[in-house]
Design a protein around this ligand. Structure first.
Ligand SMILES: *[C@@H]1O[C@H](CO)[C@@H](O)[C@H](O)[C@H]1NC(C)=O
Ligand SMILES: *[C@@H]1O[C@H](CO)[C@@H](O)[C@H](O)[C@H]1NC(C)=O
Length: 448
């Protein structure tokens, strides 16, 4: 490790109950398999430093072992089987209790204020505070499905993790984190609900799904081209006041029967328009705002709201640069709202069936369809961050790690003050520079 981060120990944490033989196989849906070449998402929470008597590492490990007994899929492995008859492969999750990796690290010279830069920039060394930035979902046949890294800093602790997106989406990951933190802070006083697995819910699609072998292998490492411009990460903060003003502006620009644009839609539309304004993409070209669609309550019959697994896919709101810029904030926000509300059970089924019929281009990964004209909105400010208290204090901040970094990736988090939103933007450096000088953009944002 580097960036002042020194690895102290690495170990496997298994579910407390070592007999996992009653657990079922988890079969993978097109929603899962479409992420085979996706990097493990990385998130990290910054905390104040606990009292030395807290026994930080041993308590985190003990509670993780209990939490993994409930959230047992994270302790499993991906299994790949070859179908010789048609030169394809299939996958499932074997909940075999292998365990999650736990890294203990120290960065004694790094303080909280080094990590939280006053101008909102994310320092380059922050990437060393996250585990395993080169794991892809398909690697889950040999590497753990969950890796945790606890880095003790000069005056704080950073608890970060990465996980295989085939196993869980944000909803399930945050449920897991909530349970782990509760067990850690209350010991045996916490009585978690048993896990509800999703089961097979796609009528008309046979499992296991067959995927051409070539699509299931890791692409050769891309040769870094020195001419490729670099991306930078920046945190843009929207206060409650900023959001409410943005929301009123968006709603005032649309017909009265279209009003009801949400905070999230208004913030997303403002980011979309502002980034595209500086993207250098010509006016007649298409631009996309890709959003995560949760299928749990959309499929018919609906799944349980908090059932465990990965039940999301990305859907794009699409228009031309010209329309996006000329038609205004309200119009763009409405475009986003209409995309989300139009995702029906039929859309979900269509996505799944199309995917099975035509498995290709997996290896190009998420980067393939992203150019200067696309933004991707990951995570959600609806996930509660600041109640994740492991027993010595609430988080101070949240960050996404460097995996899946492409220019145009925005990771949205709940802000620390109630009703606020933080946007962690990964953008070409020149786009960041232009945004930071854009009066129209800055009017509605508080740069930290
Ligand atoms: C493990 O659990 C399974 C099913 O729950 C049970 O049938 C089996 O006897 C257990 N094995 C041991 C060694 O306890
Ligand atoms: C954004 O929020 C900051 C801090 O609350 C405030 O100073 C600024 O006036 C706000 N701008 C708008 C347009 O809401």
């Amino acid at each position: 490790m580097a960036g002042g981060v020194v690895l102290v120990s690495s170990s496997m944490v298994q579910p407390v109950n070592s007999n996992q033989s009653g657990r079922t196989k988890i079969h993978l849906t097109p929603f899962d398999l479409s992420l085979l070449q996706f990097d493990y998402p990385q998130r990290g929470l910054l905390f104040p430093k606990p009292d030395p008597d807290f026994n930080l590492i041993s308590r985190l490990k003990t509670s993780l072992s209990l939490a993994l007994d409930i959230y047992f899929p994270f302790a499993g492995r991906l299994v790949k089987t070859e179908n010789l008859e048609d030169d394809t492969a299939s996958f499932y999750i074997d909940c075999d209790g292998s365990g999650a990796r736990f890294l203990h690290a120290e960065a004694n010279s790094v303080s909280v204020s080094d990590l939280l830069q006053p101008d909102g920039s994310v320092p380059d060394f922050a990437k060393h505070f996250f585990p395993a930035d080169d794991f892809k979902s398909c690697d889950g046949v040999t590497v753990p499905l969950l890796v945790v890294q606890v880095t003790e800093m000069k005056d704080g602790v950073f608890i970060s993790y990465c996980y295989n997106h085939v196993v869980a989406d944000g909803v399930s990951m945050w449920d897991f984190l909530h349970t782990w933190s509760k067990i850690c802070s209350t010991g045996s006083g916490f009585n978690p609900k048993p896990l509800v697995l999703k089961g097979w819910f796609l009528e008309g699609i046979d499992y296991p799904i067959h995927i051409p072998v070539s699509e299931t292998e890791r692409p050769p490492p891309s040769r870094e081209l020195s001419s490729v411009p670099t991306t930078k990460e920046w945190i843009f903060h929207f206060t409650k006041e900023n959001i409410s003003n943005l929301k009123s502006k968006a709603n005032s620009e649309v017909a009265s029967n279209d009003q009801g644009i949400s905070s999230l839609q208004a913030v997303s539309a403002h980011m979309w328009r502002s980034i595209i304004r500086h993207s250098g993409v010509s006016r007649e070209q298409k631009t996309h705002c890709k959003l995560v669609v949760d299928v749990r309550q959309r499929v018919n019959p609906p799944l349980e709201k908090d059932c465990f697994g990965n039940m999301v896919y990305l859907a794009p709101a699409t228009t031309t640069v010209e329309e996006l810029l000329d038609r205004g904030l309200g119009w763009a926000a409405l475009k986003i709202r209409n995309l989300v509300s139009s995702q029906t059970s039929e859309n979900c089924k269509f996505f799944a069936e199309e995917w099975v019929r035509n498995v290709n281009n997996l290896r190009a990964g998420i980067g393939s369809k992203v150019d200067g004209g696309t933004i991707v909105i990951a995570s959600s400010p609806r996930f509660e961050v600041y109640n994740k208290d492991f027993g010595w204090g609430k988080p101070i901040a949240i960050r996404a790690g460097p995996s899946n970094s492409i220019s145009g990736k925005l990771t949205l988090f709940q802000g620390i003050s109630e009703g606020s939103i933080d946007v962690q933007a990964n953008l070409w450096s020149d786009v960041i520079v232009k945004l930071l000088a854009d009066v129209e953009f800055l009017e509605h944002v508080t740069v930290a």
